[in-house]
Unconditional design. Sequence first.
Lengths: 516, 112
Amino acid sequence: MKLSAILTLLLAALLFLDSTQPAAGQTPGTPTNAVALATNLTAAAQTPKDPTLEQRLADLEAYVGNGARVMSGDTNVTSKVSGPGPGHNGFQMICAALVLFMTLPGLALFYGGLVRRKNILSVMAQCLGIAGLVTILWWLCGYSIAFHASTGNGFWGTLDWKFLNGVDSNPNTDYGAWVSHNVYSMYQLMFAIITPALIIGAIAERMKFKAIILFVTLWMFVVYFPLAHMVWGVDGLMNGVWNPTASIKAIDFAGGTVVHMSSGWSALILCLILGKRLGFGKEPMQPHSMVMCMIGTGMLWVGWYGFNAGSAVAADVIAANAFTTTTLATAVGSFVWAMAEWATRGKPSVLGFCSGAVAGLVVITPACGFVDSNGAVIIGIAAGLVPYFACWKLKAMMGYDDALDTFGVHAVGGTMGALLTGFLVTDKVNGNLSFIKDAASANAATKNGLAKLVADHMQWVEQLKAIGLTLVMAIVGTVVIAYVVKALVGLRPTADVETAGLDLAEHGEEGYHSQG
Amino acid sequence: MKKIEAIIKPFKLEDVKEALGQVGIQGMTVSEVKGFGRQKGHSEIYRGSEYTVDFVPKIKLEIVLEDAALEGAIAAIAKAAKTGKIGDGKIFVVNVEAAVRIRTDEKGEEAV
């Protein structure tokens, strides 16, 4: 009796919180308020029944543990907490803002510091331009293609959510039981923004703004939206964790394939088609501000907590694990990269610490919700060594001008991360991968065979398949788009413009003035 | 009238300024410059890219003074700027034909 009294009090307190949570501007017709009003004022007029105390408690327990909603699908009973759960929803909004912070100004400063001073604003304009452009595409139909169910192909969502129609403040339980659907959509938008922004690192200082805008527009439709659908869409063909009929049972917690592999490999292809910067290998092209680069790195690291922990779509146990593994891998990656520099080239550099941190973040991204602390440290060590050698030896050997090492860090790191996730995954940190014997309550991973692969340590095979498909999409897509853009508007500015710097010629501004 | 042009190590500027003040020099012009002599430059490594930076940052002092003050000023600079290591810099002296103080129209040694 005593326990139930306490729980009833708790329930009352939480309901009070929930009823005060919808902000001004929410119309009386929206469900969260409607439920509260209806039960308070016109209970008699309502057809669906009130939930029993037990159902109400079960709903609250589900909220606390980010479980499935107890009364979802039961139209005979009205849930008293049908809207988003304030804690999870608040967490998700903060995470979305953190992911945007990664691009603006994190990535803009990280990349901006690494270019020459005459091109600093071009990098910033590209980051800002992509943020606006991709948001418009997302609203138009990008979100729908990426996250609405497909007609069965698992590749390309239907357009039912075009203009974000029906994407409101109520949760879509396919993606998060307690997070508003519109918050989830905005959260995913931030991923869609940073991914093409990563590409500009490889082609910095030598591509026309017009060509970049056109390239990104086409690239989002050909590469990003379909890849996001395949990996994260409810019926995505590579969505091993949530799609019971996934044909490739891959796991990618926060975007190793979708974000880092796709951008990194596309960046390599685009920089090969584009050609080297004028004077590459002859003129000095040092970073104009390592200070700016370091500030950007710190922002990326902080923002990445939103990226990785937020990918749990709840402030739950999986998010907590992702937060921990992200910290470990990043710190280890940063330290190991600089130590490797010290050992092989004599000095530990600030750019080495920064690059190692970003590499650690990239490699842990697909793994953060699936590996434990030891797995994270192994990933951090690999992240400090392999991309370091890729940026140092591989780049020199092959002779491409990947200006800011998007390929060396994101493609090499992302691909390695996708594979290492397959080797280091453990269901001890993520119950969604556990094998459930009872067929009635079996999760998607049990139904599609993922749980068995994880238990048998064979998941890396599925990861290889996902890597292969991602590579084909990114490489073929980028080759086609790059030549289309080249034919339509041309890729490179004139030699005069490139020599003088893109800031003045393309944007009519200068980042720095000697006076004033 | 003479003009001293001295190239010195940037961190020696305060010492040199003080030493010149002690021998009665009342003004100077200072610029941040880059250049190289026998010291040559250094190399910088940014991930895979290694650059040789030939030009080393230095400070250039310019002092115009009456002939009588020249020897004392040269000695003061040479003493204060010396570390004994390569890259300490050089002192040049040239003749100055005319000088005008803009505010008062004073000319010649009166103006310096």
